[in-house]
Design a protein around this ligand. Structure first.
Ligand code: PEP
Ligand code: MG
Length: 294
C-alpha cells in the first residue's frame, strides 16, 4: 500500500475527465519542508506564519521573517508558495502581544482585523514578503477577510511598504494576492471580493464553524461542525461559481482538503487546488485521479 502510493510522488494528478488538480502542502515551519518535498508536494498551499510568533517571548524581526519566506520559496522553485499573513487571536494566542480580553474572541479582533489594527506588526511582515518575492513564485493570502475594505487597506499598506523599501535602496518585488474564504460574509460577497484578488483559498475549518454557528473546538457540537453539512457544501459551491465568473481559481486549505471522503465534493464544485498536511499528499494524489469534475 505505502509502496503503491510512492508511485504518485512525481505525478501531477488530473481527474478522470482531465482537470489538473494541484496537491500542495500546509506547513507551519521550515522544518516541515523536507517531508513535503519527499511526499511530492506541488508547492505550498498554506504557510501558517503565526507559528513564527507563538511559543516565544519576543516578536520575529523583519529579517528573521525574510529568511523563513526565502527558504520556502527556494525549496519549491517550480510551484506557487502561498504564505498566509499573520492569523492570531481566538484559538491562536501569542504571548508576546498583550491583546485585550474579548467576550467572543472568534468574533473579535483576529486575523486580518488584528493586522490592520496593528501596522507595527503587519508592516514588518509585508516588508519581509516584498523582499522575499524575487526568490520564487510568491503568493500571499489574507485570513478572515469579511469585506472589501480589508483588501483595499492591505493593498494601501503594501504600496506604502514598497515605496519605503525602494527609498531605502532595498529590492522589493510584487507577489500574487489572494484571500482565504472562511467567513459567511466572504461567501455572500464572493463576487465582489473575486474582482479584487487573484485567487481564493477556502478555510473549511473556520468556514464550517461560522456557517454552522458551531465552535470548531467544542466536542458537544462536533456533529454540526462538519464540512459535509449541506449548508457548508452549498457555501463552497457559491464561492466557486463567483470565482469562475471573475476568472480566478479556488483552493481548499482546511483539514478537509486531505479527506478523500469529502474532497470529491470540492472538485465537483470547481476547486482546482487542495492543500493539506504532508502525510496526506500521496493518498490524495491517488484519490483525486479517480474523481470526476463533471
Ligand atoms: C481554516 O480555517 O480552515 C484554516 C485553514 O485556517 P486555520 O485552521 O489555521 O484557522
Ligand atoms: Mg482559519
Amino acid at each position: 500500500e505505502a509502496q503503491a502510493l510512492r508511485t504518485w510522488i512525481d505525478v501531477a494528478p488530473t481527474t478522470t475527465d482531465g482537470v489538473a488538480i494541484t496537491i500542495a502542502a500546509n506547513l507551519g515551519s521550515v522544518d516541515e519542508i523536507a517531508q513535503a518535498q519527499a511526499a511530492g508536494a506541488m508547492g505550498v498551499g498554506l504557510f501558517r506564519t503565526e507559528f513564527l510568533f507563538m511559543n516565544r517571548n519576543d516578536l520575529p524581526t523583519e529579517d528573521e521573517q525574510l529568511d523563513v519566506y526565502k527558504s520556502l520559496l527556494l525549496a519549491f522553485p517550480d510551484h506557487p508558495v502561498i504564505i498566509r499573513t499573520l492569523d492570531i487571536g481566538a484559538d491562536k494566542p501569542v504571548r508576546s502581544l498583550a491583546l485585550s480580553r474579548e467576550d467572543n474572541p472568534f468574533l473579535g479582533v483576529r486575523g486580518i482585523r488584528l493586522c490592520l489594527a496593528r501596522p507595527d506588526l503587519f508592516k514588518p511582515q509585508l516588508r519581509a514578503l516584498l523582499r522575499a518575492a524575487p526568490f520564487g513564485r510568491l503568493h500571499v493570502m489574507l485570513p478572515m477577510v469579511a469585506d472589501t475594505g480589508e483588501i483595499d487597506a492591505t493593498r494601501a499598506l503594501i504600496d506604502q511598504c514598497r515605496s519605503e523599501l525602494i527609498q531605502e535602496g532595498k529590492t522589493a518585488a510584487d507577489f500574487v494576492l489572494g484571500i482565504m474564504v472562511e467567513t459567511p460574509a466572504a461567501v455572500f460577497a464572493a463576487e465582489t471580493l473575486a474582482r479584487k484578488v487573484r485567487f481564493f483559498s477556502i478555510g473549511t475549518n473556520d468556514l464550517t464553524q461560522y456557517v454552522m454557528a458551531a465552535d470548531r473546538l467544542n466536542p458537544g457540537v462536533a456533529e454540526l461542525c462538519r464540512v459535509d453539512q449541506p449548508a457548508v457544501l452549498s457555501a463552497i459551491r457559491m464561492v466557486c461559481t463567483a470565482a469562475e465568473k471573475a476568472g480566478i481559481w479556488v483552493g481548499v486549505c482546511g483539514e478537509a482538503a486531505g479527506d478523500a471522503a469529502v474532497a470529491q465534493h470540492f472538485i465537483a464544485a470547481g476547486v482546482t487546488e487542495l492543500s493539506m498536511a504532508p502525510a496526506s499528499i500521496l493518498k490524495m494524489k491517488s484519490a483525486v485521479s479517480g474523481y470526476i469534475r463533471g
